[in-house]
Ligand binder design. Structure first.
Ligand code: ASP
Length: 419
């Protein structure tokens, strides 16, 4: 069995859905599980719809836009007379509207988010299933909420691996008899069968969950880039494609902020030795990148850029030096506030961290530690990590920047700067 994952950009309009189905057709001989995201920017649109509802604003325009967006795709695909699809979509929209009308703040934003936003994936896969059907490609639509079981941590739900793998395996083995299995990324449900989501861009991770459950032969993520590049082509002019990457390299790149694959995707695949292919849905004949257990000497340096960074320095004012007690105290509050540190550095009298901009938490951290330290911070900074650096890459990227922190280890060079 093989797992294919298609993100929002690969199903953003009728043309892209057709293209996706062409790719599926060329792999008809394989047993396929196809994991799909919400169409285009629908997750953002649903987030916006919920925010407006919470502010008690009128949402009829936004709601119509969401309906029209999907209806246009249905019309363009020529499946508007599919009665089953019509009924399915009416039900989903009814569920969406009823939800929005019934929500009360006592339910908590994160819970309401999951009930609302998860519907984007349901809409998308219902439409694609109907289209595949119209092409006579036998398809079994699988509700990921029934088989991907999670805890109650809405918006960042943790997967119950044991339960999910058993249910996925059993269900997929039944469904695959009917045809390709089409399911949703990003979504699952808790023990009360309430929808949960796995975190933004979580569909790659869903693909890994499905793949490990059925011991798939491979996972292919179809993207709008040729594969894994050594830098984000939206941010950097010169990029190189990695034809092969070891799991470890790919996982570390996502840790430093490379957004090409969701950070949680690699580990479960590596543990089972399932190769991950990252390929372009625009030129599906190209091989893209293969991520698997391998040793590859002289990898091109990977340039990973993160914006919206905050640097906070904790300084000691009484002529003593930074010691374990201070660091312990700082980390206690970092842990309590669930903050992630992107870089840290210390000197005799100060300890400095870099994290994603988050004014609310920054203030909470400052308040908690202001009696012990003098605290300084800068926001809106940028960070570049050069993995497997060489001097040429460092020189090129340090040019024209006001460097605030610079750090290098044997393999990585990192800098925080202001443009
Ligand atoms: N639709 C979700 C998002 O946009 C999940 C995904 O696309 O991976 O974040």
């Amino acid at each position: 069995m093989k797992v294919f994952k298609f993100g929002g950009a690969s199903v953003k309009d009728a043309g892209s859905v057709r293209n996706m189905c062409e790719i599926i057709k060329t792999h008809r001989a394989d047993e396929l599980i196809v994991v799909v995201s919400a169409m285009g920017k629908m997750t953002n649109a649903l987030e916006q719809l919920l925010s407006l509802t919470m502010e008690e604003k009128e949402v009829s325009t936004e709601l119509s836009e969401i309906k029209d967006f999907h209806q246009t795709i249905i019309n363009d695909l020529g499946i508007s007379s599919d009665e089953v699809l019509k009924k399915d979509l009416t039900d989903v929209f009814e569920q969406l509207e009823n939800g929005l009308n019934e929500f009360s703040s006592s339910m908590g934003y994160d819970y309401m988010y999951d009930q609302t936003v998860s519907l984007g994936e349901i809409l998308s896969t219902k439409i694609i299933a109907a289209y595949l059907n119209s092409l006579s490609i036998a398809t079994a639509w699988l509700d990921a909420r029934k088989v991907v079981k999670t805890d109650d941590l809405h918006r960042q739900a943790k997967v119950d691996w044991g339960a999910s793998q058993a249910m996925i395996k059993a269900q997929v083995n039944r469904s695959i008899e009917e045809g390709l299995v089409l399911t949703q990324g990003f979504i699952g449900s808790n023990s009360d069968f309430k929808s949960t989501t796995l975190g933004r861009e979580g569909s790659d991770f869903s693909a890994a969950i499905f793949a490990t459950s059925v011991s798939a032969e491979s996972v292919t993520i179809w993207k709008d880039v040729p594969g894994v590049l050594n830098a984000d082509p939206k941010k950097f002019e010169k990029t190189t494609l990695y034809e092969k990457l070891p799991y470890k390299e790919a996982a570390e790149m996502t840790y430093y902020g490379a957004s090409v694959i969701h950070p949680k995707t690699i580990k479960p695949l590596a543990q089972k030795g399932i190769p991950l292919y990252v390929r372009s849905f625009q030129s599906p004949e190209d091989q893209g990148t293969t991520i698997e257990e391998s040793i590859i000497p002289n990898l091109a340096p990977a340039i990973i850029h993160k914006d919206k960074q905050t640097v906070i320095s904790f300084k000691i004012s009484d002529f003593s030096f930074i010691n374990e007690h201070h660091i312990h105290l700082i980390f206690e509050h970092i842990k309590r506030l669930n903050l992630t540190i992107n870089l840290m550095q210390n000197s005799a009298i100060s300890f400095t961290i870099c994290m994603d901009d988050n004014p609310k938490k920054r203030e909470q951290l400052r308040t908690a530690l202001m009696d012990e330290f003098l605290i300084y911070y800068n926001e809106g900074l940028e960070m570049i990590t050069i993995k497997n650096y060489n001097q040429e890459a460092i020189n090129e990227h340090m040019k024209d920047k006001q460097i605030i922190i610079e750090q290098r280890s044997r393999n990585n060079f990192q800098m925080v700067f202001r443009k």
